[in-house]
Design a protein. Structure first.
Length: 200
């Protein structure tokens, strides 16, 4: 993939129209606006008043979009020091620094140590190309680990590429949608079934 500069815009909410410029490369694949718009439309009321985790945050556009749409806080997990610094700079520029937490960390190690909130959250994962190809087995394990840790009612969204083995995603009832070569897979963690009271 040849690097190219793109301009990302916040689509809706109180930060609507704010811009982030970035260079797309093998290591950075920002969510296209059409895909981002579709995702947040699907998530709808699951975004406001919830914590949003932007995992493999890259530009941070998805977490910032969530903040714009009423998420209580957004956690940005990004291993690249320059990218994580840029996210922090944008949070300050947009006046939402107090609602954002930027963590410079390897996602896989972060996930192992992560203690999930007791209430439902949103998790968005959009990894680099290499994680979808050469590391996809490890990536699938990451998804399973996060799914196990989150509270019932949490929503996990994976943005992948055409050809990603969505049938191997852990659990069932993934809502898989395609937008060009982009794939969105969305899963809501079910609430445990109530155990029926024994009768005598």
């Amino acid at each position: 993939m040849e690097p190219s500069r793109v301009e990302l815009r916040v689509i809706a909410g109180n930060l609507r129209g704010r811009k982030i410029s970035c260079i797309v490369s093998e290591e950075l694949r920002p969510t296209p606006q059409m895909v981002r718009e579709a995702m947040f439309s699907i998530l709808g009321n699951a975004v406001p008043e919830r914590v949003f985790f932007d995992i493999f945050a890259g530009t941070g556009i998805n977490g910032i979009e969530a903040l714009s749409r009423g998420a209580t806080t957004a956690h940005f997990i990004e291993a690249d020091g320059k990218l994580s610094a840029n996210i922090g700079a944008k949070l300050r520029e947009f006046g939402v620094m107090q609602r954002g937490l930027v963590l410079k960390a390897d996602v896989y190690r972060w996930a192992e140590r992560w203690f999930a909130p007791s209430e439902p959250v949103n998790l968005f994962l959009s990894p680099p190309f290499i994680d979808l190809t050469e590391r996809y087995a490890e990536f699938l394990k990451l998804i399973a680990m996060l799914a196990e840790k989150t509270a019932a009612g949490s929503v996990m969204t994976v943005q992948a590429e055409d050809g990603f083995p969505t049938e191997q995603l852990p659990g069932t009832d993934w809502d898989v949608r395609t937008y060009g070569r982009n794939v969105l897979a969305i899963w809501v963690k079910p609430y445990p079934s109530e155990t029926p009271t024994p009768t005598t």
